[in-house]
Write a protein that binds this ligand. Structure first.
Ligand SMILES: [Mn+2]
Length: 378
């Protein structure tokens, strides 16, 4: 049986104020194409379908069009859960009249975690869809006041799911969680509302043939090759500039699991360009999302406006000098023995790129001495 695993679509999201609708349309089309070309049996979407609990209507219509294409143009079953950005009730609404033999949509956690069971020549495969749930909601669902962390929530969901897995069946667990050891970027939102430990140990997935995870936006396996994040189809921040995004094709064989990735082709890439302003202006014009790091020594007049002539979707600009100056914030914090003179010397070095001269240091020491003496007198 062949799965296509994706997650973190975040439909309705913007990139620094710029609409991603066309970019989403492009990758959703690639998912449909892959379902057809790869003869996929089950499409798995592991949460964060939408970017917000109340996404714009355009995003809802976009997802409806996508599901309609999956239903009409492919033979794939669909297993889908809510993520922490979704409204669980909104996702749950899609399950009400869905075809029970082909679709499992879970927006709200349930104590009756009945899987979708499909079969092939090797036997049954059970799909448990563990929707994202906050602790307070899970306490009510499971009647357990002891649930106080995301790990407690998943543990309760897994126990509920395991009870319904047919004996001898291969077991796919779909979840939206932060598994310990995974690498987060800058665009994931914390899973706990009041702080505290948000990670879940990989051991909770013991017994699963494959764990299809959502939440972390970078594609990665965590602790074992069958416990995996597909990552988001699009880069949502400059921390992922140049990173390749992909969907996962999983073949569940009789005893083994084969995993490979299919790269997404982005409509517009996310890129970071470093260089002198004049060189960047002379670069190849591009519709990509651009962050420009200028190496020019002094600030320029209205650089963003001029940059957008070449890069209409340039959306962030910084001076390398400033980026370097930000490092000064950490100066001296690692060591308790930095003297005021040394600290100012470090500051001058970071700002100007060279050490303070001997005479400068002498002036500094003198002025500091005067200032400290004046303080002592008051
Ligand atoms: Mn997400």
């Amino acid at each position: 049986m062949r799965l296509l695993h994706t997650a973190d679509l975040h439909l309705g999201r913007q990139f620094m104020g710029l609409s991603l609708e066309a970019d989403h349309e492009y990758v959703l089309g690639q998912i449909v194409d892959a379902l057809v070309a790869e003869h996929v049996d089950v499409l798995v979407i592991a949460g964060d379908v939408f970017d917000r609990a109340s996404p714009p209507n355009s995003a809802i219509r976009q997802f409806n069009r996508f599901l309609k294409r999956v239903a009409e143009e492919t033979a794939a079953a669909v297993v889908m859960i809510s993520g922490n950005h979704d409204s669980g009730d909104r996702i749950e609404a899609m399950s009400v009249f869905s075809t029970a033999s082909r679709v499992l949509v879970r927006g709200i956690a349930t104590a009756a975690e009945v899987p979708l069971v499909l079969s092939d020549a090797h036997g049954d495969v059970a799909f448990s869809a563990l929707s994202f749930s906050y602790e307070y909601a899970a306490r009510e669902v499971f009647g357990d006041e002891g649930i106080s962390t995301p790990a407690d929530v998943i543990t309760a969901q897994i126990a509920a799911a395991r009870a319904y897995v047919p004996k001898g069946a291969r077991w796919v667990v779909v979840a939206h969680a932060f598994v310990a050891g995974g690498a987060a970027g800058e665009t994931e939102r914390a899973l706990t509302r009041v702080g505290g430990i948000e990670t879940v140990p990989a051991e909770v997935f013991a017994g699963a043939t494959y764990a299809a995870l959502g939440h972390l936006h970078k594609p990665q396996e965590v602790s074992a090759s069958h416990i995996r994040y597909s990552g988001s189809p699009l880069a949502f921040g400059f921390d992922e500039a140049g990173a390749e995004k992909s969907m996962i094709i999983v073949d569940l064989n009789a005893e083994t699991v084969d995993i490979r990735t299919l790269p997404f082709r982005p409509l517009r890439q996310v890129r970071s360009l470093t260089g002198a302003f004049a060189d960047l202006l002379a670069g190849t014009p591009s519709e990509d999302f651009i962050q420009a790091i200028l190496t020019d020594a002094s600030p320029l007049i209205d650089p963003m406006k001029r940059l957008r002539v070449t890069y209409p979707n340039a959306c962030h600009l910084a001076y390398a000098k400033q980026a370097r100056a930000q490092e000064v914030k950490t100066l001296g914090t690692g060591s308790a023995v930095v003297t005021p003179v040394e600290m100012i010397g470090d500051f001058l070095k970071v700002v100007r790129g060279r050490d303070a001269s001997g005479p400068e240091m002498a002036i500094l020491a003198d002025k500091l001495h005067v200032a400290v003496s004046a303080e002592d007198r008051t």
